[in-house]
Design a protein around this ligand. Structure first.
Ligand code: AVJ
Length: 322
């Protein structure tokens, strides 16, 4: 049975399945059922996310890339020579390349990612494209503390890069804590270049998370399929529906999976009961006004140095210093 396998895996030092199982059961036995959004990103989920990024309705990816294209030289100048650039979650190497193309004098580029496979691929691709750049990958959960590798040459400052508005997945308290950790890692004279999605017309937000082709729905439902595959779950995907809406009071998009009937679903040796209409909360995506994010940054020990946005003020890239 799975539990024996997971125990064996945990014993072998690979506790991934055991952690997944523990978090799924913990989340689904809470009064308001939840699942951590990090589990969206298995191979299929990552593929679906890439598809989301291409959708007409999903403005963040292309808007952020356009800001990077337009302002990369200015950003690179702020990093300055001999900067150690640390990317949190090295998934989106497209935006990184825009930055690296403009920043030829880095001390090193340090991609940090929890997925060893992802990390190796990113590092290989970048080594081919930037043969003179020192690339020092770190396999770690970037929300925990990790040790920064030392480049072979001098380091003037350490700057973190956190694109994609992934900060929006954190509750404000967690975001504050996480930014504080980044400030500590970078230290005095260090900085953070971060992509932050902005508050806007709720209709635009609604469309971005309820696309006409149903890709976001498939992305949301995929987490149940992943539980079926990896944890011997028995979810029937047709018995759950994608539901995403903008919670104006809390300033966040919420994604849920709504049970379409009363049902009990087995997951390995556990069973979870759902009432018709009951939801699993699968993701929060917080949106910030310029002022709100400045306040959050200040509370974490940062000061806003630069704020770049697009003509419609949909998205922002911001440079914060310690
Ligand atoms: C990767 C967290 C920025 O919140 O917009 C896209 C994930 N969820 N569509 C976001 C996501 C649904 C995305 N982030």
């Amino acid at each position: 049975p799975l539990l024996e396998r997971t125990r064996a895996a945990a014993h072998a030092g690979d506790s991934e399945v055991a952690d997944f199982y523990a978090e799924v059961i913990a989340g689904l036995t809470m009064p308001v059922k939840t699942l951590p959004c990090k589990y969206f990103y298995d191979e299929r989920g990552s593929q679906l996310f890439d598809e989301i990024c291409e959708l007409d309705e999903y403005y963040p990816t292309r808007t952020e890339a356009a800001i990077m294209e337009r302002c990369a030289a200015e950003m690179a100048a702020l990093l300055g020579p001999d900067c150690r650039l640390v990317e949190y979650g090295s998934g989106s190497s497209t935006k990184t390349r825009i930055l690296l193309d403009s920043a030829p004098h880095l001390a090193a580029y340090v991609p940090v990612d929890i997925s060893r496979v992802h990390l190796q691929k990113t590092a290989e691709g970048l080594r081919r494209r930037y043969p003179r750049l020192e690339i020092l990958p770190v396999c770690a959960d970037y929300t925990a503390s990790f040790t920064l590798p030392e480049p072979s040459g001098p380091v003037s400052r350490t700057v973190a890069y956190f694109p994609g508005s992934t900060i929006g997945n954190f509750h404000p308290r967690q975001a504050q804590f996480f930014l504080t950790q980044i400030a500590q890692l970078c230290g005095e004279g260090g900085g953070l270049l971060i992509g932050v999605d902005l508050k806007k017309d709720p209709a635009v937000l609604h469309a971005a998370y309820n696309d006409a082709k149903g890709v976001t729905a498939a992305f949301n439902l995929n987490v149940l399929d992943r539980i079926n595959q990896e944890l011997r779950g028995a979810f029937v995907l047709d018995d759950f529906a994608h539901h995403a809406f903008y919670n104006e009071e809390l300033g966040r998009i919420e994604m849920h999976l709504v049970s379409q009937k009363d049902q009990t679903v087995a997951i390995c040796e556990s069973a979870v009961t759902f009432a018709a209409g009951e939801t699993i909360h699968t993701e929060c995506s917080y949106k910030y006004s310029r002022e709100e994010f400045a306040e959050l940054a200040r509370s974490a020990g940062f000061e806003i140095q630069n704020f770049w946005t697009d003509p419609n003020e949909l998205f922002s890239v911001q440079y914060l210093t310690v």
